[in-house]
Design a protein around this ligand. Structure first.
Ligand code: Q9C
Ligand code: ZN
Length: 343
């Protein structure tokens, strides 16, 4: 399986995120991608190649032009206002009933306007790292279009919490959505996105909410208890042309492989009935029992079973790296999904 990865991921190295009322070291850190890459090399999964540059156009197919412009200059605007010694974090958000008609001029206002949490610092290298990750997903999509059965975009920062015009949850550009749209634009009639990250892929859901040509299926911790809290419920099924093309399979804290496997079967059956030409797999390994911010109980060997179940769907599959914060075990867990898929 070809692996697409850019060293530019390490340009996103936030210092701290707001967690449990305190600024703590970022969980989403460069060591995550390094350990996954090292494990992929150790097991000889396949060649690791640099992404090719795809430019702005495929990003604009998914994201708002004003949002992309904000993201590109946010760090420079922050430095002008606050200096370069502190990462840019938002402090104010709109609540229901407050007007949201105008984009603020101040960088602090715009950070709040375009975000939904205080866990996602913008740094000097955020834009370059995020665009390199999107290019990795796009290069993976190119390989599928050329006939490969599978590819792995080792993206960092992750993407599935980023929506049409917002960032959050450590995500800025929605790598999986950008790749799914590129597959559509490259000739695929229908594309399915399966999201196995522990958290609901709220950005991907929002992007394809009114689309009948892209099925979104997500297995995740019930948002009644868990981040991102405000969406990801089972009764969210899409609207308009997308009515019925969104499936949220919520699972309780403490879920182990038994409960997870049943939901995965439901997901596979729905995708099988959709008639997709390709599958984009949002691959988070934060379902692992050892994950420091998550509460499922999957074991490392369960990720082999997960990969086999994904292979059983029988579609050309682009894996796109999302979350997973138990860094020491992340390489094994991610590589297990990929080898489980190939075996
Ligand atoms: N107390 C991804 O997995 N907040 N994002 C966690 C824990 C945000 C996770 C707070 C979690 C975002 C891509
Ligand atoms: Zn996650």
């Amino acid at each position: 399986m070809i692996v697409i990865h850019s060293e530019e991921h390490r340009l996103q190295a936030g210092r701290s995120e707001l967690n449990d009322g305190q600024l703590v070291p970022c969980y989403e850190k460069p060591a995550r991608a390094d350990i996954v890459r090292a494990r992929i090399e150790a097991v000889g999964l396949g060649p690791i190649v640099e992404p090719t540059r795809h430019g702005f156009a495929p990003l604009e197919r998914v994201h708002d032009a004003g949002y992309l412009g904000f993201l590109r200059t946010a760090w420079d605007d922050w430095v002008t206002e606050h200096g370069a010694d502190i990462d840019a974090l938002p402090l104010n958000w709109v609540a229901p009933g407050m007007a949201r008609r105008r984009v603020p001029r101040s960088i602090d206002g715009r950070l709040g306007f375009y975000s939904f949490d205080a866990g996602t610092p913008i740094t000097a290298g955020t834009w370059r790292a995020a665009t390199a990750a999107a290019d990795s997903a796009l290069t993976g999509a190119d390989h599928l279009r050329a006939g490969d059965r599978s590819a792995f975009a080792l993206c960092r920062p992750p993407g599935h919490h980023a929506g049409h015009a917002f960032y959050g949850g450590y995500c800025f550009l929605n790598n999986a959505a950008i790749a799914a749209q590129a597959l559509r634009d490259g000739g695929a009639t229908r594309v399915a996105v399966l999201d196995v990250d522990y958290h609901h892929g709220n950005g991907t859901q929002e992007i394809f909410w009114e689309r009948g040509d892209v099925l979104f299926v997500s297995l995740h911790a019930d948002p009644i208890d868990e981040f991102p809290y405000f969406c990801g419920h089972a009764d969210e099924t899409g609207t308009g042309a997308g009515d019925g093309a969104n499936l949220n399979l919520t699972l309780p804290w403490g879920t182990d492989w038994g409960g997870y496997a049943r939901a995965l079967e439901t997901a596979a059956a729905r995708i099988g009935g959709f008639g997709a030409d390709a599958l984009v797999l949002s691959l988070g390994a934060d379902t692992y029992g050892g994950d420091p911010i998550s509460r499922f109980r999957l074991l490392s060997e369960d990720f082999l079973r997960m990969g086999a179940a994904i292979a059983g769907i029988g579609l050309p599959t682009l894996f796109v790296m999302e979350g997973g914060y138990a860094v020491d075990d992340l390489g094994v867990n991610v590589a297990n999904v990929l080898t489980g898929f190939l075996d």
